[in-house]
Design a protein around this ligand. Structure first.
Ligand SMILES: *Cc1c(COP(=O)(O)O)cnc(C)c1O
Length: 409
């Protein structure tokens, strides 16, 4: 039952890998009066957030903003670039890759799911050599798009997207590269232009520290050209009218005015901290979290150290322990939410989010709750993960200079 009268002292520790906690500065921005989205004040707000979000994607090309969750932006990327029956090569890294494939299947695309066999696929990143080999075999160029997930939120694996681009190029294949960075953007390094993504998909409620409700498609000139020929039906998701109206900061239908105030604030916070500093902060928190897991003597879901996620860590439970029972103890006793195991790993792992509005104190609070909960749930621990994490956090953090990428600059 929904606990509407639930008023614990202090804040709930929202440690799921999205939606992530919303900073007060952003919440306050939402509370400004709703304005006329066709009026004179709206255009400058629209132009500012459209320019700011391009800096986060590290692109010179247009970014489309939808009043929708990430799932909408997945669909938008497909319907704008592809035609019914087109062959798309998707890569199975985890549950989010599987959900995206389900959408492609529903749209009448001919999907092919590539990946490592058995449980291995959900423990490692995208194997770009498999993509290269598959594309080389496609001499007729039937494959129209390659779809990969940058940060797989169900497992805690951040794939090397530049390596996928290089694999496509080495195969000399013209397929588009569509990338889901819904939970990567704003937390893990991501370069839409430099890595040659054609469409990058993101959402508001992960690294951008916003509530759910906004999602994005970052485009390339090749994706825009493909959209002129693509014939899948589209109306709400269509890029053309959006791009035309966005030139003056306006939208073809009602945008989420108040969420855009929040987005403006989020962009200012991230660009003010500096993208490189944001990425370094996430890497450091992730390292501390992994030290805790290792200190407990538990297994990390990701088995390739080169692709550990800076956004979240998947913690595998020993044989015979139901991860959802552990999560329940931690929620009820310590007012802390952890991410559940999704799809194939349901009950086998839980996920600790360390993204967005997260710092040493909030991470340590979560790790303490987890350590107490694990022991109350009867999980045999090798030692204190909390102590191990503290050792990582005691080391100084080298910060780059605050970036010159301020939203107002
Ligand atoms: C959260 C998430 C999505 C889906 O977003 P919704 O906002 O739930 O529709 C897609 N992909 C990844 C990798 C995600 O983490």
């Amino acid at each position: 039952m929904l606990k509407l009268n639930f008023h614990p002292a202090g804040r709930h520790q929202l440690s799921i890998p999205g939606p992530s906690p919303v900073p007060d500065r952003i919440s306050r921005a939402f509370s400004m009066p709703t304005i006329d989205h066709r009026g004179p004040e709206f255009g400058p707000l629209g132009l500012t957030v459209l320019a700011g979000i391009k800096k986060i994607f590290q692109t010179q090309h247009p970014v489309v903003i939808y009043p929708a969750s990430g799932t909408g932006a997945w669909e938008a990327a497909l319907v704008n670039t592809l035609s019914s029956g087109d062959h798309v090569l998707m890569y199975e890294t985890g549950q989010f890759a599987a959900l995206w494939k389900k959408i492609a299947d529903s749209l009448g695309l001919k999907t092919e799911f590539l990946g490592l066999p058995g449980a291995e696929g959900w423990r490692k990143g995208v194997q770009s050599d498999l993509i290269e080999a598959r594309l080389r075999a496609d001499t007729a160029h039937a494959i129209k798009a390659v779809c990969v997930v940058h940060n797989e939120t169900s497992t805690g694996v951040t794939s090397d997207i530049k390596a996928v681009r290089d694999a496509i190029d080495r195969a000399g294949h013209p397929a588009l590269m569509l990338v889901d960075t819904v939970s990567g953007l704003g937390s893990a390094e991501y370069k839409h232009d430099a890595w040659g993504a054609d469409v990058s998909i993101a959402g508001s409620q992960k690294g951008l520290m916003m509530p759910p409700g906004i999602s994005f498609n970052a485009l390339s000139p090749k994706a825009i050209a493909a959209s002129k020929k693509a014939t899948l039906p589209r109306a709400f998701w269509a890029w053309d009218e959006m791009l035309e109206m966005n030139k003056t900061g306006y939208f073809p239908y009602t945008p989420n005015t108040n969420l855009l105030y929040g987005l403006h604030e989020a962009l200012d916070m991230i660009l003010g901290e500096g993208l490189d500093n944001v990425f370094a902060r996430h890497q450091r928190l992730a390292k501390a979290c992994r030290a805790a897991v290792t200190g407990w003597g538990l297994e990390i879901q990701c088995t390739d150290a080169a692709v550990y996620s800076p956004v979240l860590t998947g913690v595998v439970m020993p044989e015979g322990i139901d991860a959802d029972v552990v999560r329940k103890v931690i929620y009820e006793k310590f007012d802390t939410s952890l991410g559940m195991g999704l799809g194939k790993v349901k009950g086998k792992l839980f996920r600790i989010g360390h993204l967005g509005e997260c710092n040493d104190g909030s991470l340590m609070g979560t790790l303490c709750a987890v350590e107490m909960g694990l022991s109350l749930a009867g999980v045999a621990l090798k030692g204190s993960g909390v102590v191990a994490a503290m050792e990582v956090l005691k080391a100084p953090l080298e910060l780059a200079q605050p970036s010159a990428l301020k939203i107002a600059a």
